[in-house]
Design a protein around this ligand. Structure first.
Ligand SMILES: Nc1ncnc2c1ncn2[C@@H]1O[C@H](COP(=O)(O)OP(=O)(O)OP(=O)(O)O)[C@@H](O)[C@H]1O
Ligand SMILES: O=P(O)(O)OC[C@H]1O[C@H](OP(=O)(O)OP(=O)(O)O)[C@H](O)[C@@H]1O
Length: 205
């Protein structure tokens, strides 16, 4: 069985979880640049690429954030288990101390929002009856409103440090996210016993 493992924020806890399944992750831990670990059956990548590899069957199962799955909605993968780690919240945030009257007026019109999560942001504002123009950025989203380029951001927060350090405050919470175990639908049938054993083990905690 091949497993798609996200590097970055969920990397260490993912490897700790795989250890509990009896998978030897020592080579992965000691190798920053290598991507495919044949013996352990692990391939490593950015969290947002995990659904792509799992959907294509290049990995049988994978670990990624609920936020990633929401943003990429409609992927052909099964979501098997909430792993609980990697908690964070998708929020709408703006510059602190802004004039409430100006904000109320703007809500009647058109807001410009910077985000890496265009679909989540678009759907959220549409659902709540507001028109927005989405400005897609690749990272450090918190910078965008400080330059006046946008009125607010939709981004993940965990400790709140990044927002605070940049003078931004949470206006609205959009969704909670944690790491999820996903599976390729064909693998889920062909390797049912193996994958079921993993899920059972995780459910048992
Ligand atoms: N404190 C956190 N901040 C941001 N993301 C977190 C946090 N804790 C867990 N996560 C999860 O980790 C993912 C982001 O991980 P990371 O920052 O390593 O990725 P990235 O380099 O931004 O890659 P990508 O381009 O795939 O989003 C999020 O999608 C989320 O599910
Ligand atoms: O609330 P905090 O604990 O401060 O964490 C939130 C920050 O972490 C993430 O950024 P990441 O490090 O993934 O970089 P990015 O902005 O380039 O995506 C996220 O986009 C926030 O910027």
């Amino acid at each position: 069985m091949r497993i798609a493992v996200p590097r970055g924020a969920m990397f260490k806890e993912t490897l700790d979880m795989l250890d509990t399944l009896g998978i030897d992750t020592s080579e992965v831990r000691s190798n920053d640049r290598k991507l495919l670990f044949e013996e352990a059956g692990i391939i490593t990548m950015r969290p947002s690429d995990v659904p792509t590899y799992v959907e294509a069957g290049a990995a049988d199962i994978g670990i990624t954030g609920k936020d990633v799955l929401a943003e990429q909605g409609g992927r052909g993968v099964y979501e098997l288990h909430d792993l609980g780690f990697g908690p964070c919240t998708m929020v709408f945030a703006t510059v602190d101390g802004e004039d409430p009257a100006a904000e109320a007026l703007r809500r009647l019109g058109h807001m410009r929002i910077a985000t890496k999560y265009a679909r989540i942001a678009h759907d959220y504002f549409e659902r709540t009856g507001r028109q927005v123009e989405i400005v897609e950025v690749k990272g450090s989203v918190e910078l965008a409103p400080l330059t006046g380029m946008v009125h607010g951001i939709v981004d993940l927060t965990a400790t709140g440090t990044t927002l605070r350090e940049n003078g931004l405050i949470v206006r609205e919470e959009i969704m909670q996210s944690t790491a999820r175990l996903i599976a390729n639908p064909v693998s889920y049938r062909i390797k049912a016993a193996e994958i079921d054993a993993v899920v059972e083990h995780l459910r048992a905690g």
